[in-house]
Write a protein that binds this ligand. Structure first.
Ligand code: GDP
Length: 137
């Protein structure tokens, strides 16, 4: 079974829609194999988004991701990585298709409710970044 990493970002946690977002996954055939609520610090958020370190929005991204708790999850199911990306919708919520998580719960390109791994290789690395083997069950 394929696995992918999802993060419910600080905007969605603050809004109180953890359950609503988790329901989108479970209602669409994705099992939650691991889940925890954590507060990221600057070092951890910077390391997680290291791939974007040279992008102009990197500072804003790290600041936003550390602005409050997040919920990190491992989602498991058939085509979990691409299914999660479909459920999330486009990065910019203004461009996200109706009925997607970002269309329904996100405000802006930085406060865009969720993160999801964008390749199987990244998914494996991102899962390892947050979870030990024993935590994914
Ligand atoms: P994702 O895979 O859909 O999350 O998008 P990317 O991997 O391209 O970017 C990672 C995250 O950086 C996005 O989810 C946004 O929160 C943020 N981001 C991307 N582009 C911009 C931008 O132009 N401005 C700002 N402020 N944030 C951005």
């Amino acid at each position: 079974m394929e696995q992918t990493l999802s993060i419910i970002k600080p905007d969605a946690v603050k809004k109180g829609v953890i359950g609503k977002i988790a329901d989108r996954f479970e209602s669409n055939g994705l099992r939650i194999a691991a889940m925890k609520k954590i507060q990221l610090d600057t070092k951890t958020a910077g390391a997680f988004y290291a791939i974007h370190a040279e992008r102009p929005f990197f500072g804003e991204l790290v600041e936003f991701m550390t602005s409050g708790p997040v919920v990190v999850m491992v989602l498991e199911g058939e085509n979990a990585m691409s299914k999660n990306r479909d459920l999330m919708g486009a990065t910019n919520p203004k461009e996200a298709a109706a009925g997607t998580i970002r269309a329904d719960f996100a405000e802006s390109i930085d406060a865009n409710a969720v993160h999801g791994s964008d390749s199987l290789e990244n998914a494996a690395n991102e899962i390892q970044f947050f979870f030990s083997k024993e935590e994914v069950i």
